[in-house]
Write a protein that binds this ligand. Sequence first.
Ligand SMILES: Cc1cc2nc3c(=O)[nH]c(=O)nc-3n(C[C@H](O)[C@H](O)[C@H](O)COP(=O)(O)O)c2cc1C
Length: 138
Amino acid sequence: MHLVQLIYHSRPFGFDASALDDILGVARKHNRRRGVTGALLCRPDLYLQMLEGTREAVTRTFGRILDDERHSDVVLVTVHDIDERLFRDWDMRDDLPRPWMWSREQVAAGALRDADAAAFRAVFERLAREPRQAPQFA
Ligand SMILES: Cc1cc2nc3c(=O)[nH]c(=O)nc-3n(C[C@H](O)[C@H](O)[C@H](O)COP(=O)(O)O)c2cc1C
């Protein structure tokens, strides 16, 4: 089946553990039904998400995400064809940004704007090889 990956980043609005639980609960339910997999990196200054699935399912999911008021400044980074999923076992893996990714200071200074699609893909490729770290926010 023809598959794509989509990557975007955004700025959380009203970020806390319960907001994240709500987002993930609904997201996973929809994703399971639509065959969408992926990962969502969460930090108070940043959402960085990869969606994987058929072009139709990924595009429709991203359309709903764009409308969501729990984040702003959504920037679509890339949609590209893939042969295999990176997160095949995850309806949506939630995870913490790692120290080797962009720091808060770098994000605030505009590092994401300057990064190309390959850099974002490399982040998720490396992440997929590491065990998940459960996000915990007070
Ligand atoms: C950071 C973020 C990530 C999201 N990820 C997904 C997702 O992977 N799949 C999905 O269907 N919706 C995702 N959403 C959208 C919300 O879950 C949205 O409320 C939901 O799709 C709408 O579902 P409803 O029509 O049942 O209310 C995301 C929203 C945000 C803010």
